[in-house]
Ligand binder design. Structure first.
Ligand code: GLP
Length: 244
C-alpha cells in the first residue's frame, strides 16, 4: 500500500481530487467506485470545482456506490442515493443512467445484490474504487468478521456503526440496522483503490491497519493483499501512528 500523508482535511480532499481526475482523464470509459460518509464530501466539492473549471468531464463515466441502507427510499435525505445526488451528481455532467447505487427498498434484496454484481461485471469492472474506513476498520458496510470472500450482500450493522452514523439521523432508533454492501471480494476486484482517512477519530483505525496482520476481524486489512492501493491520510489521522 502506498501512503500519502497530507496536512489536513482540505489537503486530503484536493489530493484525492487530483488523483481521481487524473484517472478519469486517462481512461476511455472510466468506471468509478464511490463512497459516502463525511470523508469524501470534500473530495466531491473539489471535483465539482474542477468540473466547473472545465478540467474534467463525466460524459463517459460510470459509477457504482459501495452501499445503501436497507429500507430507506431514494428520496429520503438519509439515503446514500440522495447524498450522492446532492453532493456530486446534481453538479456535474453525469447521466443518472450511468450511476448505480444499490436499491435498499428492492422487493427482493438478494436479487438486487446479484444484479448489482452483474452490472459491475457488465461495465467491465471498477477501475478505481474510493473507500473510507469505519472506526472499527470496516470498508463499505462490511463489518469485522465478514468473510473476505463475500460478494455484494445484505449486511448487518454493528452497534458501533449504528452509533457512529446516528449523527445524520434525528434519533438512533431511525438508523437502519442493515445495508446492502458491495462485498469485500467485489471491492478487491477493483483495479485500483484509493482509501481516504481523516481526523483523530480514525487515528486508531489507521494505526491498527498499518500494524496489523491480514485478518477478517479488521476488514480493511484485506487491502494489504491488493496490488494497487493508495492511502491518503492527514496528520490528525496519523496522531496515534506517530506515537507508536
Ligand atoms: C460508513 C460507510 C462507509 C464509510 C464509513 C466512514 O458507515 N458505510 O463506506 O467509509 O462509514 O464514514 P465517515 O467518512 O463518515 O467517517
Amino acid at each position: 500500500m502506498k501512503i500519502i500523508q497530507v496536512k489536513d482535511y482540505d489537503a486530503l480532499s484536493e489530493r484525492a481530487c487530483s488523483f481521481l481526475v487524473e484517472r478519469i482523464n486517462e481512461l476511455e470509459n472510466p468506471v468509478l467506485g464511490l463512497a459516502t460518509g463525511s470523508t469524501p464530501e470534500g473530495l466531491y466539492k473539489q471535483i465539482i470545482k474542477k468540473y466547473n473549471q472545465g478540467e474534467v468531464s463525466f460524459q463517459e463515466v460510470k459509477t457504482f456506490n459501495l452501499d445503501e441502507y436497507v429500507g430507506i427510499e431514494k428520496t429520503d435525505p438519509n439515503s446514500y442515493y440522495y447524498f450522492m445526488k446532492d453532493k456530486l451528481f446534481d453538479h456535474i455532467n453525469i447521466s443518472l443512467d450511468n450511476v448505480r447505487i444499490p436499491n435498499g427498498v428492492a422487493p427482493d434484496l438478494q436479487q438486487e445484490c446479484e444484479e448489482y454484481e452483474e452490472a459491475i461485471q457488465a461495465a467491465g469492472g471498477i477501475d478505481i474504487q474510493v473507500l473510507g474506513i469505519g472506526a472499527n476498520g470496516h470498508i463499505g458496510f462490511n463489518e469485522p468478521g465478514t468473510p473476505f470472500t463475500c460478494r455484494t450482500q445484505v449486511a448487518n450493522l454493528e452497534t458501533s456503526t449504528i452509533e457512529a452514523n446516528s449523527r445524520f439521523f434525528h434519533s438512533i432508533e431511525e438508523v437502519p440496522t442493515q445495508a446492502i454492501s458491495m462485498g469485500i471480494e467485489t471491492i478487491m476486484e477493483s483495479k485500483e483503490i484509493l482509501l481516504l482517512i481523516s481526523g483523530e477519530n480514525k487515528a486508531e483505525a489507521l494505526a491498527t491497519l498499518l500494524t496489523c496482520d491480514v485478518t477478517e476481524e479488521i476488514p480493511a486489512s484485506v487491502l494489504k493483499k491488493h496490488p494497487n492501493v493508495t492511502i491518503i491520510a492527514d496528520e490528525a489521522a496519523y496522531s496515534v501512528m506517530n506515537q507508536l
